[in-house]
Design a protein around this ligand. Structure first.
Ligand SMILES: [Zn+2]
Length: 266
């Protein structure tokens, strides 16, 4: 019988952020992804004696992902890994596209995904040994049922970044940074009213939220089936998007741009 050595746990922060904890149960080392607030992490450490915060992984510079870094550095010996952006405080290691790193005994691949911000990176943990699957910490780039707003990059950049994620193994488990699933899937149902799977998933997630339960993580397979931003190549979405903008759209990038702007005002 194999015992899983690694585990992921969600900590809630602010109104809808998640700080993901990646735990090595053998060494009792833990890494925190995007601690926008230090307190939930410090509270977890107080409640779990013997555990050590050894790493902080940052996906991008927005304050709700970085606001807890300095306080956590004061209380722990955590090493901060982040993309190259001067507004991210206390960086120990600056990460680049395709860089391979080692975190609490796990290999991690850094993937640059500009669009939401120009500095945005995601962390891909390939399956190893007794892991059940691959993991992706997707920050504000890919959400369950949706994607991040395009603040700094171009629509084309964001589209290409989502394509990079789309090419990862389909069974990858995805850990986004926000609980946006219900509103995303309401939009997904509008863009693709004939998608039965997305309809059932919305009902299921509404029920989870009614019970104040988390709707995450998701999987790439499920996103490929339900997330319109990964389905811009489909004729059904081309038709709805064209009808919405009253213009015959052709390329998946035009369709992506149209539904991303539509969602901004949804
Ligand atoms: Zn953000």
């Amino acid at each position: 019988m194999s015992i899983t050595m690694f585990e992921v746990e969600a900590l809630s922060a602010f109104s809808d952020n998640y700080i993901w904890l990646i735990k090595n149960k053998k060494t009792k080392q833990v890494a925190a992804v995007d601690p926008g607030d230090a307190e939930p992490v410090l509270q977890w450490l107080r409640q779990h004696s013997g555990w050590q915060l050894t790493n902080i992984l940052i996906t991008h510079h927005h304050h709700d992902h970085t606001g807890g870094i300095n306080t956590l550095k004061q209380h722990t010996k955590a090493i901060v890994l982040a993309p190259d952006n001067p507004s991210i405080p206390s960086k120990d290691i600056i990460l680049e596209n395709n860089q391979l790193i080692n975190i609490i005994g796990k290999k991690v691949q850094v993937i640059a995904v500009p669009g939401h911000t120009l500095d945005h990176i995601v962390y891909f943990f390939p399956k190893q040994l007794d892991d059940t699957t691959h993991w992706l910490f997707s920050g504000d780039t890919l959400f369950a049922g949706g994607c991040g707003r395009v603040f700094e990059g171009t629509m084309e950049q964001m589209y290409q970044s989502l394509q990079k994620i789309n090419q990862l193994p389909a069974e990858t488990t995805i850990y986004p940074a926000h609980e946006y699933t219900v509103s995303n899937l309401k939009f997904a149902n509008t863009v693709e009213p004939t998608n039965y799977k997305a309809k059932k998933l919305l009902e299921y997630c509404i029920e989870l939220r009614r019970k104040q339960q988390i709707t995450l993580p998701t999987t790439l397979t499920l996103e490929q089936q339900t997330n319109p931003f990964l389905r811009c190549h489909l004729e059904s979405i081309r038709q709805t998007a064209s009808y919405h903008i009253k213009q015959e759209l052709q390329s998946p990038i035009e369709i992506f741009k149209t539904i991303r702007e539509w969602k901004n005002n949804f």
